[in-house]
Design a binder for this molecule. Structure first.
Ligand SMILES: [Zn+2]
Length: 117
């Protein structure tokens, strides 16, 4: 399959796109930043994490969404290519089927001819 391995690309030790879990196994949650530098900015984090504890998940939601959109774009592009090649194959099959039907008709007509004799 063309798509295999493209859904989740890894960069470094983490997955691209929206994270579902922290490396500790806890489900990722969304929070709003209250810092002066990033006021109101959304981020994914681990309920077990804190500002001091860097082991747990912390990542900006907007950056991850951009990654997901980029990945989905490339998946959409691959799907388009796949669909057009499937269409080509289908066209070829239909033409082959038509040829077979024509040949079948000829054989049947020929058979009818012979039975008269
Ligand atoms: Zn965690």
């Amino acid at each position: 399959m063309l798509l295999a391995g493209h859904w989740r690309r890894h960069r470094g030790d983490r997955e691209r796109g929206i994270p579902e879990h922290c490396r500790c196994g806890e489900k990722a949650i969304i929070k709003t930043s209250g810092t002066a530098k990033n006021p109101g900015r959304l981020f994914y984090c681990c309920p077990n994490g804190s500002e001091e504890d860097k082991f747990h998940l912390f990542t900006w939601t907007d950056e991850r969404i951009v990654e997901d959109v980029e990945d989905l774009k490339s998946v959409a592009c691959e799907l388009k290519t796949e669909i057009s090649s499937i269409r080509d194959e289908l066209d070829a099959f239909e033409k082959q089927l038509q040829r077979l039907n024509i040949r079948n008709d000829l054989t049947r007509n020929h058979g009818g001819c012979c039975s008269i004799l």
